[in-house]
Design a protein around this ligand. Structure first.
Ligand code: GDP
Ligand code: MG
Length: 349
């Protein structure tokens, strides 16, 4: 399909063309950058809100996502879903897609679900996810849900492409919050204790609350440079800024039973409140700018890498040096320096 036809099909809001555009972007085939540039011009100031949903496997993220779709659709919002499961291309996202296709939303053009199984060959997974989200936003989806399995740095990065990140925890996920990887707690804007119908849910909820309290205490101690130690009674009142502008966000810890839909309305409320906070505090603009910066960097990096490996003779040089490196006469670092040198001088072009 020619790039022009794709752009035209996207304009017509043809879901089949959207699916093809996403494949084009995922596989970085010819013309993908043109399609993305076009989409980008439409979303830079767009209305779509990106919501990351992360947490351990089996926590109920897909079930919760399904419920959120219903809730948003009830409010007349169009919803795009990206389910990313890098560890297992055939579970998670694919299952979610199948399940929803079988249910009430199957004929609903206001819902589009896509599972992403592949990594771009040059861009990272986070970049590709962000780009697919751009396509969905340009297509007119007002809410974009990004489901990732929150186990590694990559998945945290993917979740980080969203404006609001929801961390889903469950009572049975081991020894509570201690087992969570460093960094996971920090990226969450909203905590959800799902499977609250199970024993241990209250305890976990308390643990998360305590953890957040400690974090708040620490940040207070840091903010009060030269002041009292942490634990001293300090006012929660912000010292600067207009009173109607909340200067920081207290992540709520919500209880849900996704299979029954319990607590889902509270979750969408929390998402709205977080978005309002982002807007009024200026954090939304700051986060978007930060995202744009990251994006420029990774897109440029990808273009440079692609250029080096596909248009210069760098790859040939690797072949030429293979024997020497394999038997230890040269190191990969020698070869890298040589490639860099020759690319710069133009000798490899
Ligand atoms: N008891 C109970 N089971 C749930 C709840 N939410 C999801 N489940 C079940 O947990 C399993 C994993 O759910 P899934 O949404 O696929 O989890 P994901 O891997 O995080 O996407 C499924 O069998 C769900 O039916 C809940 O609130 N309570
Ligand atoms: Mg899932």
């Amino acid at each position: 399909m020619a790039t022009g036809d794709i752009l035209e099909g996207l304009e017509r809001r043809d879901p089949a063309v959207l699916a093809r555009a996403i494949s084009l972007v995922e596989n970085q085939r010819d013309g993908f950058e043109r399609v993305l540039a076009h989409a980008y011009s439409q979303v830079a100031r767009g209305q779509a809100r990106r919501i990351g949903i992360t947490g351990p496997p089996g926590a109920g993220k897909s079930t919760l996502t399904e419920r959120l779709i219903q809730e948003f659709r009830g409010g007349g919002l169009r919803v795009g879903v990206i389910a990313v499961d890098p560890t297992s291309p055939f579970t998670g996202g694919a299952l979610l897609g199948d399940r929803i296709r079988m249910e009430s939303t199957s004929l609903d053009t206001g819902v589009f679900i896509r599972s992403m199984a592949t990594r771009g060959s040059y861009g990272g997974l986070a970049t590709t996810t962000d780009e697919v989200a751009d396509l969905l936003a340009a297509f007119g989806f007002e809410r974009i849900l990004i489901e990732t399995v929150g186990v590694g740095q990559t998945e945290l990065d993917v979740a980080g492409t969203a404006e609001t990140t929801v961390l889903v925890l469950v009572p049975e996920s081991g020894n509570g919050v201690q087992t969570l990887k460093a960094g996971v707690m920090e990226i969450a804007d909203v905590f959800v204790i799902n499977k609250s119908d199970r024993p241990g849910a209250d305890k976990l909820r308390q643990e998360v609350g305590v953890m957040l309290g400690i974090r708040r205490g620490n940040s207070k101690a840091v903010r009060r440079s030269g002041g009292q130690a942490a634990g001293a009674v300090v006012s929660d009142r912000p010292t600067a800024g207009p009173p109607d502008r909340p200067p920081f966000w207290e992540p709520p810890v919500l209880a849900t039973v996704a299979v029954q839909g319990t607590g889902v309305a509270e979750l969408t409320d929390a998402l709205d409140r977080h978005y309002a906070y982002l807007q009024s505090s200026g954090a939304l603009e700051a986060r978007r700018r930060e995202r744009v910066r990251k994006r420029m960097r990774s897109v440029a990096e990808r273009a440079v890498r692609q250029w080096v490996w596909e248009t210069t003779r760098a790859d040939e040089l690797l072949d030429e040096r293979l024997d020497e490196v394999a038997d230890g006469r040269k190191s990969p670092y020698d070869v890298a320096a040589e490639i860099l040198e020759q690319v710069k001088s133009g000798a490899l072009r």
